[in-house]
Ligand binder design. Structure first.
Ligand code: M6R
Length: 615
């Protein structure tokens, strides 16, 4: 949520910043801005409402000279998206410019104090308070910029990743973080800073992940100096190697990132599974579990915490762990868990699931779980993100950068890792027999091929999408393992096509939602040939007999459903616990094509951001 980028080196900063913002645009795209410090020390600020392309045009018409700069793409929290509220914010004198990702919680109090001392504010944002406070401290204490930044941060409550530059200081870039992420790219005589590593790829593969409560002073031609904000003591600097390529950040011939990511799933699942099932298909090996065997053997309860799509994956994880491990499992929205005073102890395992690894609510849930003595395991995609660094251990899903705001390949990656995790824990605890492991692991091994097969429904779904493009409401129904798949299908449609959609356990229909059914309310019903198939048939009939159109997702060869449903989409037959993996493919495509038919921006839907780093 909000993306920040910065550069100090010997090349023109403007081009690097614009390119960096474009790579970070998935984090927010209400408005964008940049501040450049010219080699002679003059400070130029450019801002524009809307996407980064608008800023590019605005900046091109002005002065863009300078080899030092900071930039920002915004997802509004305080104040509407307009030029004034766009970052960078500048201090009253116009000397200091700052970009910020996060929320300053005590901004109202600080604003009042500063206003009482004659500081005049221009924007409605929480961020402006910070830059004004820095200048106020610098002027009243007669200290350096870095001392003022540190002092101001000691007074601030909330979350932040910031970058600061000053007029007359073309050789200094200051950054700091607490709870919001910040990565420093270390090049040859140049340094990059960004909310995540994507703007840095192609320039350097050496990165430093700034830790919570750290501040870095980056001076041209000098080693980077990192200190703890609270103690002012120097921090140890760890340089990590980035393993991302530029090709992973491009559309690769597809119209959108979302379509690329849907079609990438056979390959991403291959990466996700690599080396995790023994060649004979009889054992699942996850290093995070192997290294913490005792914790998993002694666990008395597992709680899964996540948000959005990751929460849907968690619901599937619950069934998998219950089925294979015989441990009580709970699933919580991270945002509820964090304020729910959870009862946890050392025999509890909390599994946090997150694509980005930066979701603020999930991070907060992890902190609470750790404080209460639980062992925290992470399932994450982005290597080196805050969540994998905050957890005790974990497993990466390794599906590569997901750029479309609507999660697709991360969902199938999460479900795959949760399946592996459930099998690994089940084996450790002796709760699952060898043949069952072999059956599921073998089907997982061929899952990339199965998904490739499933993707052949593409043309059929494109045609189907035209029939439903103008529906105003949708119901998605499923049972057992596929109730969460229904929730996920509905979420996909909502977020990119703006059509109201609800996911329900199919049997719950008769307790209320069935009142909504008429000829204008289509239902998508996930009905693979599994243990609940006969039950779901009667749910389909209940919808049909009330005039609702039904799109049924059925297993290949199920011709009986043709007589009941209006449209049948066939998916390959797989073991019951793996049906969400294949059933989610036609749902992703249906949402995608409906949104495209409606002319929506599927990669950057309105109001959304990929990384939700605020509460
Ligand atoms: O990065 P995370 O998995 O923690 O993100 C959680 C949700 O914000 C995310 O899944 C969101 O719901 C997606 N836009 C869904 O497509």
């Amino acid at each position: 949520m909000c993306g920040i980028v910065g550069y100090i080196g010997s090349n023109g900063a403007c081009k690097i910043l614009i390119q960096g913002l474009k790579r970070l645009e998935y984090r927010g795209y209400d408005s964008a801005g940049m501040a450049l410090v010219g080699n002679d020390g003059r400070l130029n600020v450019h801002k524009s409402k809307g996407k980064v392309a608008n800023l590019e045009q605005t900046a091109a018409a002005g002065d863009t000279e300078g080899c030092l700069g900071i930039a920002h793409t915004r997802w509004a929290t305080h104040g509407e998206p307009n030029d004034i509220n766009a970052h960078p914010h500048v201090s009253q004198s116009g000397d200091i410019a700052l970009v910020h990702n996060g929320t300053i919680e005590n901004y109202a109090v600080l604003k009042k104090v500063l206003s009482d001392h004659g500081v005049e504010f221009k924007s409605e944002t929480d961020t402006e308070v910070l830059v004004q406070l820095i200048e106020y401290i610098k002027l009243t204490s007669n200290c350096t910029l870095s001392e003022a930044v540190r002092e101001a941060l000691l007074q601030v409550e909330g979350a932040y990743a910031i970058a600061v530059v000053e007029r007359g200081e073309p050789d200094t870039l200051i950054v700091a973080r607490k709870s919001s992420p910040l990565v420093i790219g270390v090049g040859d005589n140049e340094t990059f800073i960004a909310s995540d590593a994507t703007p840095i790829i192609g320039y350097t593969d050496k990165v430093i992940y700034l830790e919570n409560d750290e501040m870095a002073v980056i001076k041209r031609g000098e080693p980077i100096n990192i200190v703890s904000i609270s103690s002012n003591l120097p921090s140890k600097i760890d340089i990590h190697k980035l393993r991302l390529s530029l090709a992973q950040l491009e559309k690769g011939g597809y119209d959108t990132f979302m379509l690329k990511e849907i079609f990438e799933q056979p390959a991403t699942l291959c990466d996700c599974l690599r080396g995790r099932i023994t060649p004979d298909g009889r054992r699942v090996v996850l290093s995070g579990v192997e290294l913490n065997k005792q914790k998993f053997i002694e666990a008395e309860r597992i709680t899964l915490v996540a948000c959005g799509t990751s929460w849907h994956a968690a619901l599937i994880g619950k069934r998998l762990i219950q089925d294979f491990c015989q441990i009580p499992v709970e699933v919580e929205y991270a945002s509820e868990f964090r304020y729910g005073n959870p009862v946890l102890g050392p025999k509890d395992i909390v599994i946090s699931i997150s694509q980005s690894g930066e979701t603020a609510d999930t991070l907060a849930a992890i902190q609470i779980a750790k404080q209460k003595g639980a062992f925290v395991y992470g399932v994450c995609n982005v290597v080196g993100a805050s969540i994998p660094r905050a957890t005790d251990s974990g497993t990466y899903i390794h599906v590569g950068p997901e750029i479309g705001v609507a999660s697709t390949k991360a969902f199938t990656g999460q479900v795959t890792v949760l399946t592996l995790l459930a099998l690994a824990i089940g084996q450790l605890r002796g709760a699952i027999d060898e043949e069952k492991v072999y059956e599921i692991a073998s089907a997982l091994k061929t899952m990339p091929k199965t998904i490739e097969e499933t993707l052949k429904v593409d043309t059929e779904i494109q045609k189907l999408s035209r029939i439903f493009t103008y529906a105003h409401n949708f119901l998605y129904l499923g049972r057992g393992y596929n109730y969460p798949t229904a929730l996920e299908g509905a979420l996909k449609l909502k977020e990119i096509s703006y059509i109201h959609a609800e996911g329900y356990p199919a049997a719950e229909m008769k307790h209320g939602p069935i009142a909504l059914i008429d000829h204008e309310m289509p239902s998508v019903i996930i009905a693979p040939s599994d243990s609940l198939y006969d039950k779901i048939i009667s749910n389909v009939q209940q919808v049909k007999s009330r005039g609702g159109a039904v799109v049924a997702i059925v297993s290949k060869g199920n011709t009986a459903m043709n007589d009941i449903a209006d449209f049948c989409i066939e998916i390959p037959e797989v073991p019951e616990c793996l049906t969400p993996l294949v059933a989610s493919i036609p749902l992703q495509l249906l949402a995608y094509y409906i949104a495209v038919n409606k002319g929506k921006d599927v990669d950057q839907p309105r109001n959304l951001a990929k990384s939700v780093t605020v509460e």
